[in-house]
Design a protein around this ligand. Sequence first.
Ligand code: ADP
Length: 354
Amino acid sequence: MLQPKLDIREITKNYGNSAALLPTSLEVATGEFLTLLGPSGSGKTTLLMMIAGLTPASGGRILLDGHDITLQPAHRRDIGVVFQNYALFPHMNVFENVAFPLRLRRKSDAEIRAAVNRALGLVRLDHLSQRLPRELSGGQQQRVAFARAIVFNPQLILMDEPLGALDKKLRDELKLEIRKLHGELKKTIIYVTHDQEEAMLLSDRVVLMNQARIEQIAPPVELYERPATPFAAAFIGESNLLDCVVTPEGKLRLDDVTLDTSNTGLLPASGEVTVLLRPERIRPSADGALRGTVTDLIDLGAMRRLTVELEGGRSLTVTTLGGGMQLGLGARVCLAVSPEDVVPLAPVAAGRGK
Ligand code: ADP
């Protein structure tokens, strides 16, 4: 990476004896949309708040455009922040809420008018500039918060679960708006969510967090196709995680079946390894090596989800497109997986600290 927009070096946060964030390093490129994704309590907000300057770090450094901002107060950092709960000033109208960061920076009235109108135009709220926040819907209030975060042309925009308080339909709508906004503004954005769909749709790269540390950093497709660890495989999408054995000849064995994998680089030299098979990559096929019986079947219209108990006793989830081959409960079935879809995962301990 050329000089990163944001360079986080061994940043850490402790509360008493417990670590909210273990020492963590991360570079964010200029213009990148980076998402912090992970379960509740994994340290996403703590990391974001340290970048914003709203939580002091216990150790480490943060550089913005090469300048050390670790000890700089929040209002001196050139960073816009959007929170889940909008945090608008209730007694100020939309225009004044958006103008606030500019008034803090003592801009002229003419500059303020031009910048606020531009920001409100971008979030399509120019016609509501005289309203008070309580006269707006939740989605409109959050768009005001977006406008306020971008109006002063900050170097970096942080968003902490900005869609968390909205219903599903609005979330879907605003997701697309945020994506469009990023495309137009070309700003560097760091976005916190626990919703994998949001992360997949919006991000250039996803930082998957787990237990106060980074589990894996990758573009969305790579995170899905090549999760590094069982945690990553289970958190993103649906997964079958199977404990297999690597034979001395380097073959992958699932009970008495040999699984062909083209990902031999990911195999340990010998011993046990957890292997990921995505349910939609497993297909009924007369010459499939995995033989079993359908023990459960759910028809989801566009999709059918089967549970297949293999001859060795293990269960596999298999999804097929609806309307295809009819497999009834109790049917015997042979299943095949392409070698590239047989993905060995690193053991949990080896994934740590990467
Ligand atoms: P996330 O945003 O991923 O849900 P957080 O960053 O909010 O996670 O929290 C990470 C961990 O730090 C959690 O275990 C949480 O309980 C703890 N934590 C966060 N803030 C505080 C605080 N002010 N005091 C003590 N513990 C905290």
